[in-house]
Structure formats: structure tokens, C-alpha cells
Write a protein that binds this ligand. Structure first.
Ligand SMILES: C[S@@+](CC[C@H](N)C(=O)[O-])C[C@H]1O[C@@H](n2cnc3c(N)ncnc32)[C@H](O)[C@@H]1O
Ligand SMILES: Nc1nc2[nH]cc(C(=O)O)c2c(=O)[nH]1
Ligand code: SF4
Ligand SMILES: [Mg+2]
Length: 221
């Protein structure tokens, strides 16, 4: 029966796609855009962003909750992602969602093969995979980072939503390497309240720097 044949074909294709996602050869792609890095050390620098779907960390203030369900984002071959990204910039920021949900090895190998710089925005909730020129670690209380990412992170970007977040920020900073650059970034919805706290804290504790989501002030992606 032809219907039966099509059913088996679809089932096989879906399994194959899941296997490729499992190997990091395909990734659920939510969006990609050329913009200015708005946050942290590289703020103000043009970069191509690749937003990979899938995150189960569950930050209640997350500004990209549409990314969470990986099934709503089409599995996309990494060759396609890389060929496109290379047209725009020599610096590629991989974000999400939580990119370390997936094996970042194949994607970053393919980006490096084209001499592109690889940057990641991650909560560190899952083991570090991939080869990175820049790691921005932004730990979350719900699902703490584990392992070598504290040694590898170039910047630590702690989000401040309430006063306890300063204590959490210090706990996380104590786990990082000595060269890691430390940032406090206001949670966007409460920025008017927390910015004065952050300013005062940074003046009292100058090992920290302020990071703002400057792209939101510039009205760019
Ligand atoms: C959307 S997350 C994706 C990458 C990864 N899941 C993570 O949390 O690092 C990108 C960056 O935005 C920050 N972020 C998310 N929602 C925010 C908000 N409402 N205000 C300020 N920063 C936020 C995160 O802490 C992270 O540094
Ligand atoms: N311009 C711009 N800069 C960013 N830096 C980190 C972002 C992210 O969502 O990971 C982001 C973003 O979404 N847009
Ligand atoms: S870890 Fe990142 S993507 Fe996931 S909920 Fe938190 S801020 Fe959003
Ligand atoms: Mg963002």
C-alpha cells in the first residue's frame, strides 16, 4: 500500500534527522542575524548571531522564551548554517536557547575551517563542547555550571534581578579563572530599579564592570 510506504519513509527520515541532531550535524535553528554584539566585552562590535533552539533552564525573566522548545525550530544542517554565516562576518556568536544542549563540536569545527571566530553565549548548564575563541558564561541558579567551563570562560556575565544576585555573582566569580572578566548586567524588566544598585556595587567592588543590553537601547536585534 503506498500510504504505508510513505509512513515508513517519514518515520525513517525523522529518525535520521534526530540522529544527525544528536551528533551535532544538524541543529534546531531559531534565527540568525547580523547585528552589533550588545553585551559584555565585545559590545559595539559587528557579529553574526546564530540562535539555536532548545533550553530547559527556565529563567523566569528570559528574554527569548520562544527559543525553549527545540521542536518548534527546524533541524538545519551545519554546512548550510556555516556557508550562510560566512557571508556576513568573521565573528560568529552562537547563542540560544542553551547552545550546550547540543554537541557544538561539528559546528565550531566547520566555522573554524572557514577561519571564522567562534563566540558562545552560554549558561554552562551542560558540558562544554566545541572550540571557542570567546566564552561568555552566564550562570543561572536553576542549573549551575559544572566542570571546566569556569577555567575556560573569558567573561562571566551575571544577571541582576534582586539583591541576592550580588551574593550569587560573588560565589560564581570565586569559581572562575584569574583572567576572567567580571560583568554585572541588569535584568531588563527591572533595569530602572537595579541599575543604581549595580553602579554602587561596581564602585565599591571595582573588580566588576557594568554590562548593559545596549542593542535594546539601539533598537536593533
Ligand atoms: C538568551 S541567553 C542565551 C544563552 C544562554 N542560554 C545563557 O543564558 O547564557 C543570552 C544572554 O542574555 C541574558 N539574558 C537573558 N534574558 C535577559 C534579561 N531579561 N535581561 C538581561 N539579560 C538577559 C542571558 O543571561 C545571557 O547572558
Ligand atoms: N545585539 C545582540 N547582542 C547580544 N548579545 C547576546 C545576545 C543573546 O541573546 O545571546 C544578544 C542579542 O540577542 N542581540
Ligand atoms: S538559560 Fe538562557 S535561554 Fe535558557 S532560560 Fe535562561 S536566559 Fe533563557
Ligand atoms: Mg538577547
Amino acid at each position: 500500500m503506498p500510504e504505508r510506504g510513505i509512513f515508513y519513509l517519514c518515520a525513517m527520515v525523522k529518525e535520521d534527522v534526530l540522529a544527525l541532531v544528536d551528533q551535532g550535524l544538524m541543529l534546531p535553528l531559531m534565527e540568525e542575524f547580523y547585528t552589533i554584539q550588545g553585551e559584555g566585552f565585545h559590545k559595539g562590535t559587528a557579529a553574526y548571531f546564530i540562535r539555536v533552539g532548545g533550553c530547559d533552564v527556565g529563567c523566569h525573566w528570559c528574554d527569548v522564551k520562544e527559543s525553549w522548545n527545540a521542536e518548534t525550530h527546524p533541524p538545519t544542517g551545519i554546512d548550510h548554517i556555516v556557508t550562510n554565516a560566512a557571508k556576513y562576518s568573521d565573528t560568529i556568536v552562537i547563542t540560544g536557547g542553551e547552545p550546550l544542549t547540543w554537541d557544538m563540536g561539528p559546528l565550531t569545527d566547520a566555522l573554524k575551517a572557514k577561519n571564522l571566530k567562534t563566540h558562545i553565549e552560554t549558561s554552562g548548564a551542560y558540558p562544554l563542547s566545541g572550540t571557542w575563541d570567546w566564552i561568555c558564561l552566564s550562570p543561572k541558579k536553576n542549573k549551575l555550571p559544572e566542570g571546566i567551563i569556569y577555567e575556560k570562560a573569558h567573561e562571566l556575565k551575571m544577571i541582576v534581578y534582586n539583591k541576592h544576585d550580588f551574593i550569587f555573582a560573588e560565589e560564581q566569580a570565586a569559581k572562575t579563572n584569574k583572567d576572567c572578566i567580571l560583568y554585572l548586567q541588569p535584568e531588563w524588566s527591572v533595569r530602572d530599579k537595579v541599575v543604581p544598585w549595580i553602579v554602587e556595587y561596581v564602585m565599591q567592588n571595582p573588580k566588576w564592570k557594568v554590562s548593559l543590553q545596549t542593542h535594546k537601547y539601539l533598537n536593533i536585534p
